[in-house]
Ligand binder design. Structure first.
Ligand code: ADP
Ligand code: ZN
Length: 445
């Protein structure tokens, strides 16, 4: 993407002081803020006071990030058990906004913000956008749900803070989204990756060439597991660089970690979030370069700070402090998926993102796929239904059979598992406007 990268400003910072902190300074700030955090939750949150007391931890027990592992984890169940406001560390009177998670894996959890939480959140998003080339000149379309979901309003206020011209089109009405993009000369947007593909597909159906007839310079995608293969596809489709955006409502929403222009991992804003990776089974800490569950401590949140929150997302911390962009903020890998998304087939662990990565690199593969797991007798069967690109069903049957064979052996090699591939016509798998659900698990549990 050399051509597209040339159009973006390198070395752009929204909060240069905070973004260019040295690794040493980051660690000092983290320790200082961690001490303050423990004190705040101890004083403000009955839930944490009980949790810490049970562990024999007092408000002054934690001195630096070296003591982090003494602190207990917070889990999604803790949030669900204390629904809606039981975890708050400030009186409700200080709260100015309430969101919820999307509820992808169960009951949605609640997240509350003070005015200062909102300010920091917007600044984090403004850092992310500035880092990926968004400027006040941009016309920025927010193609994420507005409302309880943190995505829409989160990006909205961050982009507005920069001074970009924000188009709050939310989700849905795909043709209208494309029309707005063309009519307004939209230059940047953010959306869910599966929906971004659908937008590009729809543009082409409408006779609009996304590379020529639209003016997109930079875009970001996140909120669901996706793959570098899909990124390549989107960059090709829209003719711009595409950046990975990671966040979760429990710790505030989007803007927790974001790729920089180097596209070499996602920077976690380490002055606000302290990230660890642990073995999901034992909770033991894992060193950089080893994959496990991300655990996040919010260092500055006021209304609902969380200590060592188990995200259930699988990734690793990348080695080395230095990044070509000049930021020493911790970098993490792409998210492989959620521990809940992992399917176990005949003893083999499979993440949908692994399958997606391999598929999206094949030019004959279209934009959508579905993984079906069924039980036949005593054995689990894995089937992958794959949309192919426009021409495939119009050509020779032999070529189609050939393609199916190639995809099967590619996936079987990758996963070490026998599976069935079914090729389907473009557009035949269901499209969703929210987070894509890729797995149809028909085994009775
Ligand atoms: P829910 O957990 O109910 O979907 P959220 O809207 O808070 O609610 O979604 C946050 C979750 O979305 C994360 O924990 C993660 O599983 C997923 N997610 C967000 N961004 C990314 C990303 N860039 N890559 C992979 N997964 C992501
Ligand atoms: Zn960087």
């Amino acid at each position: 993407m050399e051509r597209a990268a040339g159009a973006l400003i390198k070395n752009a910072f929204w909060e240069p002081g905070a973004e260019r902190l040295s690794p040493k300074r980051i660690r000092e700030i983290q320790s200082e803020r961690l001490r303050g955090l423990v004190r705040r939750v101890y004083e403000g949150s009955a839930f944490y006071r009980r949790l810490l007391r049970d562990r024999g931890i007092g408000p002054g027990s934690i001195r630096s990030t070296d003591d982090l592992e003494r602190l207990p984890f917070t889990t999604k169940d803790d949030l669900r058990d204390n629904y809606p406001f039981g975890i708050l560390s400030v009186p409700l009177s200080k709260v100015v906004r309430i969101h919820t998670s999307s509820g992808t894996t169960g009951n949605p959890t609640v997240v509350a913000y003070t005015r200062r939480d909102l300010e920091i959140w917007s600044n984090c998003i403004a850092r992310c956008l500035t880092m990926t080339g968004v400027t006040p000149e941009d016309i920025f379309q927010v193609i994420l749900g507005y409302g309880l979901f943190t995505g829409g309003l989160g990006f909205h206020y961050g982009a507005e803070l920069i001074g970009a011209k924000v188009v709050p089109s939310s989700t849905g009405g795909t043709k209208r989204q494309v029309k707005l993009m063309r009519d307004f000369g939209v230059t940047a947007f953010t959306s869910i990756p599966s929906y971004a593909l659908y937008l590009g597909e729809t543009a082409i159906e409408m006779g609009i060439d996304p590379r020529k007839d639209l003016r997109i310079r930079t875009m970001s995608c996140g909120a669901e597991p996706w793959s570098e293969g899909t990124r390549e596809k989107l960059e090709e489709l829209f003719g711009c660089m595409v950046f990975n955006s990671y966040g979760l409502s429990e710790v505030g929403g989007p803007g927790v970690a974001f790729e920089c222009i180097e596209q070499d991992g996602l920077h976690v804003w380490s002055d606000h979030f302290l990230v660890e990776v642990v073995d999901p089974r034992t909770g033991e800490g894992l060193p950089p370069g080893e994959e496990g569950e991300l655990v996040i401590t919010t260092l500055t949140r006021e209304a609902m700070p969380l200590i060592r929150y188990r995200t259930r997302d699988i990734a690793m911390i990348l080695e080395g402090d230095a990044c070509g962009c000049g930021r020493a903020h911790t970098r993490i890998s792409w998210i492989k998926g959620r521990t809940d998304d992992m399917i176990k087939v005949r003893g083999v662990n499979v993440f949908p993102s692994q399958i997606e990565h391999a598929l999206m690199r094949m030019p004959e593969v279209g934009n959508n796929y579905q993984i079906v797991v069924e039980r036949r007798g005593h054995l689990d069967e894995l089937k992958v239904r794959i949309e192919v690109t426009g021409g495939a069903f119009k050509g020779e049957l032999k070529d189609l059979v050939d393609l199916r064979g190639r995809i099967s052996s590619e996936l079987e090699n990758l996963l070490g598992l026998r599976l069935t591939v079914e090729l389907v016509e473009p557009g035949s798998l269901p499209r969703v406007e929210g987070k894509a659900s890729r797995v149809l698990d028909r085994r009775s549990r």
